[in-house]
Design a protein. Structure first.
Length: 80
């Protein structure tokens, strides 16, 4: 992990097209401003992790449904 010290109004540039600027510091909170390309996806970590969990659960549910459908139809891909 990279640690940087920045003052209010100072920025860092990431990959030539993402700028992160310190906008405000108030106690233990920092307000950051981001400038990035229109196609970029930006999510808070907790929301990103929730979406990843839900996607994994949905994928497992699809596998379970497919397995159940194969068993019900008598189609067993392991037998001929």
């Amino acid at each position: 992990m990279l640690y940087l010290t920045r003052k209010i109004g100072e920025s860092v540039i990431i990959n030539d097209d993402i700028e992160v600027t310190v906008v405000e510091v108030r106690g233990k909170s920092i307000k950051l401003g981001f400038t990035f390309p229109p196609g970029a996806s930006v999510l808070r970590r907790e929301l990103y992790e929730k979406i990843q969990r839900e996607n994994q659960e949905a994928a497992l549910a699809d596998i379970d449904l497919l397995s159940g459908a194969e068993a019900a139809s008598g189609d067993d891909p392991g037998t001929s």
